[in-house]
Design a protein around this ligand. Sequence first.
Ligand code: PMV
Length: 321
Amino acid sequence: MHEPERGAHGSAHAKTILLGEHAVVYGRPAIAFPVRSLTLTAHARAVDGPLRLSTPYHHGSIAAVDDGTAPREEHLAEAALRHTLDALGVAHDGVDVTVTGRIPAARGLGSSAAVASAISVAVARLHGIDLTYEARFELVQFVERIAHGSPSGLDAHATMSPGPIRFESGVARPLVDTWLPPLVIADTGVAGHTAAAVASVRALRTTDKRGVDAAFDAIAALVEGAHTDLRTGDATALGARMNACHSILSDLGVSSPELDTLVDAAHTGGALGAKLTGGGQGGCVIALAPTPADVPALARSLTEAGARGVWPVNGGEEEAA
Ligand code: PMV
């Protein structure tokens, strides 16, 4: 605890799931990487008067958020702000929060978790509190439940962790001394609906539990194999596992024509592997370049195939900038 400040800030980054989405909801492992080229920062200031919130999507008083016209991201930001104030036991007024930077929303990149994480840290610091990791996680999970219903916790951990993590049954562990595969994220431009995608997998499982559980086990085996690939730096093996995972996720019904188009474009562009990342049914793909030097050409192929945004992860950021 330190002296309360007039102004304070908190930051968070995007994340991408290398392997394990959907199966992770059912206790299987997943691996995720931070995306440091996509970050946002919340600045909190003490002011006289009611709460105010400004984000890339909205500027003004909280009342304008409440009138029902603000986009969904705004409601999540407001929920993070109010829930943090509740956790601190302070009144819902006298704070102005401005969020700068941008993580595309509803693209499987963890934007709702990152917004909540940045706001909770900034607002707590404004009140003289440095949140523990656990307290911050709980605040982010509260907002993730509004966003996604029953989140596994992977997004909250992945957007708070400075490095890659392996997540399983509620526990996140840092992946240390690992090879950092040169990945490119490409955005279809189509909003993904994580809650709907998770619900559709759940519905499929009620009709074919054995088949869906076998798919989850196959994804878990790919995650285990990928964990080894990351230790040994075997790019070819990792790429093959990403391809296999995309095909399983397609069979589970969470791919889309736009995602499949970008996966095909990644292969044409020289990727060793490509798959959807996150909830799917829209959102982004990730593709593995053979080396960091191949990232710009792969990013170009994805853009030419219609990607609305491309972001390198783990190398190649400078080349692609
Ligand atoms: O928020 P997204 O779209 O990155 O999806 C998170 C990954 C899922 O496994 C689909 C859901 C979850 O809660 O882990």
